[in-house]
Write a new protein. Structure first.
Length: 404
């Protein structure tokens, strides 16, 4: 048998391997995989991976598989952008998601103004990401500080006993905009309320003693918190040490109590505290929820948290848009496929708005209950679902605030 020439051999090998289009569709996920926010980042990754695996099981992108690649940013915005550049320029990844960090999400939006790539914010909730800094190649799998602030203010509206409020929020992108948006909303809902103290701890702080003692002296009826994950855990430890909530006179209302397992705050958060949560799975009855809980438990040997479902929604909207795009290799085509995309989720229907590519779905408020019927003996009772579409900025306002 005559041997093939070098060039002919290469052609045969290429034919056997299939066309170049058979390469995996790379999807990047950048998050804080170390320190006090690692559990949240891991939960987002679990939910995102489930969505990717479902897309692959459904046939992928015309037979091509999705491949999820992750990178650790610590808590550094600069590191996040370095990783994003590496993914886009070196790995040829056209779809990059920032998991949690709002500052990193905004920086990604700015970076992608000059790149042929689509950026997604999973849990990053700063309003600027799809608002002031948003553009056609940006999308988000979560609500923003605007909706959170308005929903919390709406809940306080029916509490006439609350007349003096103090706030505590991390001193970075998310915390600053949360307080701004909550303040704007509470002035409309309850113009009689007085804000008597504002605390701005460093993001990722270990010691919240100064904040606990300052709030103790503020004579507030309620402390409204934007702390989450490690920050919330450490603050509540300090609050317990200084008996901040011991006499029951100060109410506590915090956003994002279920970004990690609530067992981490079971011994420190006062029973009856008001909380916002993304995923009170034990209070939701639909087939998607039942299936999702089982899948998470199979993979992790435990139950899901709010971060898990946000990761799932983010991965689902991205993979669906890529699969439905006219040209799945072109970010602009995928962005167009996001317009008015709808799908079922563990928390009910999800719709992605065309004007800013923000996923709209239920958000929940309830009160902390310590009871054996909940996972690890703590959960949320009296759960009320809020339709985020009713609290979102209008598309007209989004168009007005965006950069030309």
């Amino acid at each position: 048998m005559k041997a093939l020439s070098g060039g002919a051999a290469l052609l045969v090998m290429a034919a056997l391997a299939g066309p170049a289009a058979a390469q995996d569709v790379r999807v990047g996920l950048i998050d804080m995989y170390g320190g006090g926010f690692a559990a949240q980042a891991d939960a987002i990754r679990t939910g995102f991976q489930i969505a990717v695996d479902e897309a692959n099981a459904a046939g992928g992108v015309k037979g091509r598989k999705f491949a999820l690649n992750t990178a650790d940013m610590g808590i550094s915005v600069e590191k996040a952008i370095t990783e994003a550049r590496r993914m886009i320029l070196d790995d040829k990844t056209k779809f990059v998601t920032v998991g949690s960090h709002s500052g990193a999400a905004v920086a990604l939006a700015d970076l992608l103004r000059g790149q042929n790539a689509l950026g997604l914010g999973a849990f990053a909730t700063t309003k600027r990401f799809t608002g002031e800094e948003g553009h056609d190649l940006i999308a988000r799998g979560n609500l923003s500080t605007v909706e959170i602030g308005r929903i919390m203010a709406n809940h306080i509206k029916s509490m006439p006993e609350v007349k003096r409020i103090a706030t505590i929020a991390p001193d970075f992108e998310f915390g600053k905009h949360f307080v701004d948006d909550f303040m704007a909303a509470i002035k409309v809902a309850r113009p009689d309320i007085q804000v008597v103290r504002q605390e701005w701890p460093k993001f990722g702080a270990a010691d919240f003693t100064p904040q606990a003692t300052a709030l103790q002296a503020a004579n507030a009826d309620m402390i409204v918190s934007a702390l989450f994950s490690g920050d919330l855990i450490n603050f509540l430890k300090a609050a317990k040490d200084f008996d901040l909530f011991g006499n029951g006179k100060i109410k506590f209302f915090t956003s994002g109590a279920d970004l990690v397992k609530m067992t981490a705050i079971r011994d420190s958060i006062p029973e009856g505290s008001l909380v916002t949560v993304w995923y009170p799975f034990y209070a939701i009855d639909n087939p998607e929820n039942t299936r999702f809980i089982a899948e998470v438990r199979k993979r992790t040997n435990t139950y899901p948290v709010g971060s898990t479902v946000v990761g799932y929604v983010s991965g689902k909207m991205l993979t669906l848009a890529i699969r439905r795009a006219k040209n799945p290799d072109q970010p602009k085509s995928v962005a167009a496929a996001l317009n008015n995309l709808q799908f079922a989720s563990p928390v009910g229907p999800v719709k992605v708005r065309a004007c800013d590519h923000m996923a709209l779905y239920n958000f929940y408020v309830g009160s902390v209950k310590k009871d054996a019927r909940f996972p690890d003996g703590i959960g949320v009772a009296d759960v009320k679902a809020y339709n985020t579409a009713n609290y979102a900025r209008s598309c007209e306002e989004i168009a007005r605030v965006r950069k030309p």
